[in-house]
Design a protein around this ligand. Sequence first.
Ligand code: SAH
Length: 351
Amino acid sequence: MILGESIADSIARTGPITVAEFMSLCLHDPAAGYYATRPRLGETGDFITAPHISQMFGELLGLWAVEVWRRLGKPPSRLVELGPGDGALLADALRAARVAPRFLEACEITLVETSGPLRAVQEEWLAGSTTPIRWVDHWSQVPVDKPLIVLANEFLDCLPIHQAIYDDGRWRERCIGADAKGALAFVFRDGRPTNGHDVKEWSPAVEDCGRQIGAAVARAGGAALFIDYGRAEPGFGDTLQAVRRHSRESPLANPGLADLTAHVDFPAFLEAGRQGGAEATSVREQGHFLSALGIEHRATMLKRANPDCSDVVDHQLERLIGPDQMGALFKAACLHSSGLIPPGFESPPWS
Ligand code: SAH
């Protein structure tokens, strides 16, 4: 049975489900969820992320990790990636980190990944790694035995969110139920169709991740870098979106066949991290963050080494940092232990 039908069946039996429950089923249902069964990243798949646009992205994050390690005093460390996708980011990061062989020797790698098919792809991409790699299912299973250097690109955006709509003088949770013809539809918990345009979102999962990773870096030392599309200021609005074959569609159209995400509420995430005991940086636009890490310089080096690819590198650079492309919509922020200043966040002129 396709996932949409089994969700409609269960709604018919037990009533509407929350947006968070719907997201979890669409992404992780063991038999038909998107990530559990058919994740398709990259040009020929459903969606593209920064590491697929250019190797520069993962390389700079690798150098970021080396610099965090250096600022920590070069201790034995645990390099963690949350939601590594097809492993491209980490492969680029580890290649760039070869400039510091002692970093690679000092690290163990832990990957947090729920998706069986993606774990298999990651194993393939990372087969050549000399640094030992282990996989866990959830961020709470990351060992907190030594300083942590955490990378997470487009991870928080696929954690489940709840939504509420302002209706008749109060906020009511937006749920998924059925319309008169039995098709999936947005409804209130009592089954009434939702109307009202003011939407607010919150995510216990994003906050739990912030609290736990925050507590871990506070306790063991280290820094956790989160890059995602989202808001730098608290705000309202419906940001739930489904993407299939590079086009947006209704989140209810093809459950399990599309990637489902929402904008990350960075202020709420960082506040949860502070509650966990960590310090938090400001929220910086991806373009400014990558410039602070020297992406323009890296692009110049790549162009010098491959003059034929000059236009391609310029195009990639523009996509990653252009304010009308990923540069402003995507944000970067860190949770870190006290006394550490994460690279790329040193001085305020970009904030
Ligand atoms: N970071 C990668 C991929 C982003 S796609 C990149 O930049 O290309 C999101 C990734 O997070 C996928 O690997 C997906 O399987 C994983 N993921 C989604 N929800 C998760 C969860 N709750 N726990 C662990 N991994 C999750």
